[in-house]
Design a protein around this ligand. Structure first.
Ligand code: NAD
Ligand code: TYD
Length: 370
């Protein structure tokens, strides 16, 4: 069934986006897509370790794009940007995004994901309240969240739906859950037109090589060991970043304020199988004389509080907004491996001294990971 197109959509999709966290992995994919469709976009990013202006290099001289370095927690700076740029929608990708880092430094996650998101909501509300009625009604605040807020599933349990109770287990997912609750509360209490998306694990080009897939690709390219936590049996649902960004665009144009939308990739895989698939792609695309890449796999100490399984039911966004994923996992992963092979300069640029410090801190066993 083709979903009905809303009056809002026929009245015109948003013309101007303010994208927070737009220099990161998912945000930059969204910004590149929006600008290519002719949407004027202001990217605000603090340029933390995972934020990278190289991701937006192709927009350097594009008059439709503007970049500002700043913190979502800086109320007056955000307010001044809103007053100056007057966006039709704000999409919030800005966050501390890595579970392992949240285990070592949870306070950073409280600062950005909880306090920062709240400050951003407060600044947007202060500005939005002064908009003329028509503009206020059309404005959208889309908060990008994660399936991890729902906690961990056992084998065979049904996938998360929008009504699954929140049960976060890591400092990361707890901080994202808190930010979702504030976003929801700003709609319920003040009427701010908030939408929330909860998606599964993303993969694709330009992901910072601390997350499983790019970490394994980067290490395999250097013939370093490939660390699998525990027994490698944990399961994640993998969503291509472009399918995710297409979902966000639909939610902006057709979603109902106050609603949340789950977005999954229908690709539940065990970590060991994900890593083996990366290895097979590398064996095909860049065979190594020392033998198959899978020989580099090492089982290392498990992550504390490691969620066993995530799975996302996307029936609502498919039924109500007409979203459908385009990427099959194995083909999408092969293309992702190819992107990293073809972009060694990007990879070299992000693997700075700070990156090497992180690897030493998170993988302290020199036997397991070189
Ligand atoms: P990322 O770490 O690549 O990007 C985050 C961006 O936010 C970076 O550019 C960083 O510099 C910026 N940032 C951090 N703190 C900031 C602050 N205080 N002010 C302004 N900018 C700040 O992460 P990502 O994978 O692109 O994730 C984007 C969003 O999607 C996050 O909210 C994350 O929780 C969510 N998400 C990610 C995944 C995934 O698999 N990557 C899955 C579900 C949800
Ligand atoms: P990650 O990419 O960190 O995403 P998340 O924790 O948000 O799901 O990890 C994906 C899965 O891979 C998760 O089960 C942890 C596991 N993992 C490893 O086995 N080894 C690693 O070095 C990393 C970074 C993750």
């Amino acid at each position: 069934m083709i979903p009905a197109i809303s009056r809002r959509e026929t009245g015109g999709a948003p013309k101007k986006y303010l994208v927070t966290g737009g220099a990161g992995f998912i945000g930059s994919c969204f910004v590149l897509g929006a600008v290519s469709r002719g949407t004027a976009t202001l990217t605000l990013d603090k340029l933390c370790y995972s934020g990278n202006l190289l991701n937006l290099l192709s927009l350097k001289d594009n008059p439709l794009h503007r970049f500002e370095r700043g913190d979502i927690g800086d109320f007056s700076f955000i307010l001044s940007l809103l007053e100056d740029f007057r966006p039709d929608a704000l999409i919030n990708f800005a966050a501390e995004s890595h579970v392992d880092r949240s285990i070592l430094a949870p306070e950073d996650f409280v600062r950005t994901n909880v306090l920062g998101t709240h400050s951003l909501l407060a600044a947007v509300l202060a500005w939005w309240k002064k908009l003329p009625a028509g503009a206020a009604e059309k404005f959208r605040f889309l908060h990008v969240s994660t399936d991890e807020v729902f906690g961990s599933l056992r084998a065979g349990e049904p996938a998360f739906t929008e009504s699954t109770p929140y049960a976060p287990n890591s400092p990361y997912s707890a901080s994202k859950a808190a930010s979702d609750h504030f976003a929801r509360a700003y709609h319920a209490t003040y009427g701010l037109p908030v939408l929330i998306t909860n998606c599964s694990n993303n993969y694709g080009p330009r992901q910072f090589p601390e997350k499983l897939i790019p970490l394994v690709i980067a290490r395999a390219m250097r013939r370093e060991s490939l660390p699998l936590y525990g027994n490698g049996e944990n399961i994640r649902d993998w969503l291509h970043v472009e399918d995710h960004c297409a979902a966000i665009k639909l939610v902006l144009n057709r979603g109902t304020p106050g609603e949340t939308y789950n977005v999954g990739g229908q690709a539940e895989r065990r970590n060991i199988d994900v890593v083996r698939t990366v290895c097979s792609a590398l064996d095909e695309l860049r065979p190594h004389p020392d033998g198959p890449y899978a020989g580099l796999i090492r089982f290392v100490a498990d992550r504390a509080g490691h969620d066993f399984r995530y799975a996302v039911n996307s029936a609502k966004i498919e039924r109500e907004l007409g979203w459908k994923r385009k990427f099959g996992f194995e083909q999408g992963l092969r293309e992702t491996v190819l992107w990293y092979l073809e972009n060694p300069d990007w990879l070299a640029a992000v693997q700075s001294g700070a990156y090497r410090d992180w690897i030493r801190k998170n993988y302290p066993d020199p036997e397991a990971v070189s």
